[in-house]
Design a protein around this ligand. Structure first.
Ligand code: SF4
Length: 288
């Protein structure tokens, strides 16, 4: 797999990239290491935008700190949130999960589940929980409050029109948080081509229908699951990027995507994985 050579390159770049540590603002953090985001001293427009928001107090929505929104999950991220990932207090990319284009997500404004037209990033919850990882349950407070993401600043429980207006606009993408031309971008593109989200719902439907196409669909789904697993393993082995970052680089893994389509994966000594109907799923979230 070409990933090997790229992986070595990624590793070398991450540890000793030519711009490492040069600028406070244009850096993003992976395992305490920095990735240069820009190659010039041009002010980052995202940083300027967030500075304006930080200074805006008179129009800010007065939050009663009930925690209701934080308990539902982390916010989607927008271009103005890019500055959260720069500088001395930069958030690690392990706090971010990618939802790839084509994945079904709950549209909080329209109140329905719909496939994404383009990818989006979200602050993730803690494992096994739904609340935003930055919500402090005991103190009922946000650990990022002074620099909380744009959606959190915009949401007013009393009037959600401002959130509705900006909800699906100027969303942050993975490439916005990585250095331009970085070799890991090519690895992500290869993963996208070999594990195409858009095919999962159709293949799952063919498999579950049990008709003449079922066997072929099963084989294709198994290949995708193995491929997804291989990319994640190689990223750790060759670039020393741990599993906690994989959902940022490659999005949610095959088992999470398949679960939304009513399937589960179980280990198989001969095939690696075996695809099967999820016995706990009565109505798949994701259909063709
Ligand atoms: S970032 Fe803060 S305000 Fe936003 S959902 Fe998380 S805990 Fe709540």
């Amino acid at each position: 797999m070409r990933l090997f050579a790229r992986g070595r390159h990624v590793c070398a770049w991450l540890i000793s990239g030519p711009h490492r540590g040069k600028q406070a603002c244009p850096e993003v953090r992976v395992s305490g290491r920095s990735l240069s985001l820009l190659q010039s001293n041009t002010p980052n427009p995202a940083c300027q935008a967030i500075t304006i928001l930080n200074n805006r107090t008179s129009n800010d929505t007065e939050c009663q700190r009930c925690g209701a929104c934080c308990l539902k999950g982390g916010p989607g991220l927008h271009e103005a949130d890019a500055s959260l990932f720069h500088g001395p207090e930069a958030l690690e990319l392990s706090f971010v999960v990618t939802f790839r284009a084509g994945e079904p997500v709950h549209d909080q404004v329209r109140g329905r589940i719909a496939p994404l037209e383009r990818e989006m990033l979200k602050l993730r919850p803690l494992p096994g929980a739904t609340a935003c990882a930055h919500y402090n349950h005991k103190a009922r407070a946000c650990a990022l409050y002074q620099r909380r993401p744009l959606e959190c600043r915009t949401l007013s429980c009393r009037d959600t029109s401002a959130l509705a207006e900006m909800y699906d606009k100027a969303r942050l993408r993975r490439s916005d948080l990585l250095p331009q031309g970085h070799p890991v971008l090519a690895v992500m593109a290869e993963h996208e081509a070999l594990v195409p989200v858009a095919r999962i719902a159709g293949l799952a439907a063919a498999f579950l229908a049990g008709g003449p196409q079922a066997k072929k669909a099963e084989e294709e789904l198994t290949r995708m699951a193995l491929c997804d697993q291989a990319f994640r393993q190689k990223l750790t082995q060759l670039a020393n990027i741990g599993p906690e970052y994989h959902d940022f680089f490659f999005g949610r893994d095959a088992s999470a995507l398949f679960a939304a389509a009513g399937l589960s994966l179980r280990p198989d000594a001969r095939l690696g994985f075996r695809v099967q109907p999820d016995p706990l799923c009565t109505a798949p979230l994701w259909r063709t």
